[in-house]
Design a protein around this ligand. Structure first.
Ligand code: ZN
Length: 430
């Protein structure tokens, strides 16, 4: 095969094959006398649904297939994982499948790891053993299913089961190489360069570079929101459930359209823009956090004023609007898909529910207006104004480590809730 020229793939194959030799029941799904690579795509099994059941003592994973397959499952420590190697399977699972765990399983990833071979990796909440694993033939109107049953054990029992594996360090190398799994349908599988199938969350700290945003008492919005966004990134990355992409991670000017483009190019599942507003003196002393979604009619005058102010960022940063690429400049708000709006609004409500438990909110905390940065037609997007730098109390919060940590925690909780709900909705539709 041509890709043998690629050292990474060759090394990957060598590791995989060596690991395979350790366990005699491995098959990569080829018919006798046939190399796995020559199996036509149409011969690959199709996985149509995956689900979890059980609790923190016993958890079962079920994968619906269109035909029975062979498999091999093993556990790994530090972090605790269970890896299931299967022949190449076409995963036709709902977006977000595996991002939300249950019982012993925190989350799972799946995809192609080499020509002819797919893998499912379960991230465990703690040590667990594979109590049973089997493939059921189609019966009683049910499709063929792969079933993995996990049982809670203590660490010493877990380590003993690992000792039964001949070369755990080799297994770990294989699993690590497969840790980043391929996107379903990827044409050129590369063990080491495979894509990450976790949902992408884009965090967008407003302003940057020449565009300072609002300023008060020597604090620039661009710096406040960058610090906050980086803390949110760290919190989300710790969970391991999402791939987090920043529109900027330093003091750089990024045009609004570019921020939208980043979200779209990354096929983001969620876009969260972070700002901190200020009110002109004559407009009183509003306070608290506000969550904005996109709409063609501003929900009130303040929302309209704010959207205008935020949309001026490009002018401040020296972007010539007439040179904006048409794919973004031409996007009319009307084109935003209804589903995207629904998800944006749902996330905004979840954010409010989480944030109001720990953060002072504006008296009308959910608003909408024509923010350019929220205009990706296919990415649920919200803009959070953390507070008013023009308000003394809010400014004190904005620069407080404790306040930031609490607020970051609430937003991360809302993101978890959002993806849990999306998965549940997708599951119910099947
Ligand atoms: Zn701003």
């Amino acid at each position: 095969m041509a890709s043998r020229a690629n050292d990474g793939v060759l090394l990957g194959c060598a590791l995989f094959c060596a690991a395979a030799l350790l366990c005699s029941d491995v098959s990569v799904g080829a018919a006798p006398g046939q190399s796995s690579n020559s199996v036509r795509a149409s011969d690959h099994a199709i996985a149509s649904d995956a689900r979890l059941a059980g609790d923190a003592r016993q958890t079962r994973f079920v994968l619906d297939l269109d035909k029975a397959i062979q498999f091999r499952a093993f556990a790994l420590a530090d972090p605790y994982r269970v890896v299931v190697d299967i022949p190449e399977v076409r995963f036709q699972l709902a977006a977000g499948t595996g991002t939300v765990g249950r019982g012993l399983i925190k989350a799972f990833r799946y995809g192609l790891v080499m020509p002819g071979g797919s893998r499912i990796v379960f991230d465990l909440a703690g040590p667990a053993k594979i109590a049973q694993s089997y493939v059921l033939e189609a019966a009683n109107g049910q499709p063929p299913r792969l079933v993995i049953e996990l049982e809670e054990v203590d660490r010493s029992a877990f380590i003993q089961t690992l000792a039964a594996e001949a070369r755990p360090e080799l297994m770990a190398a294989v699993a690590d190489a497969g840790g980043a799994v391929a996107t379903p349908g990827m044409a050129t599988p590369k063990l080491v360069a495979a894509a990450d199938s976790r949902p992408v969350v884009v965090i967008d700290p407003g302003h940057g570079g020449a565009d300072n945003g609002t300023q008060s008492s020597g604090e620039s919005e661009k710096n406040l929101v960058l610090g906050f966004a980086l803390a949110l990134r760290d919190r989300l990355e710790k969970k391991g459930k999402y791939r987090v992409v920043m529109t900027r991670s330093d003091d750089t000017f990024i045009p609004l359209a570019e921020r939208v483009r980043i979200a779209r190019n990354q096929s983001a599942s969620l876009f969260v823009s972070i700002h901190a507003d200020a009110l002109p003196r004559e407009e009183g002393d509003a306070q608290g956090a506000t969550i904005y979604t996109l709409s063609d009619h501003a929900s009130d005058n303040e929302a309209e004023r704010l959207a205008e102010a935020e949309n001026k960022a490009d002018a401040i940063g020296g972007v010539n609007l007439t040179e904006e690429p048409s794919d973004v400049a031409d996007i009319l708000i009307d084109l935003a898909q209804r589903e995207t709006r629904t998800f944006s609004n749902r996330f905004a409500r979840m954010l409010m529910a989480e944030m109001k438990t720990s953060v002072r909110m504006h008296k009308h905390p959910l608003k909408s207006a024509g923010f350019k940065v929220l205009k990706a037609p296919d990415v649920p997007s919200v803009l959070i104004e953390l507070g008013y730098v023009s308000n003394k109390g809010d400014l004190e919060h904005l620069v407080s480590e404790d306040w930031r940590s609490r607020t970051v925690g609430s937003i991360a909780q809302a993101i978890d809730a959002f993806f849990a709900k999306r998965l549940a909705t997708a599951g119910a539709a099947n």
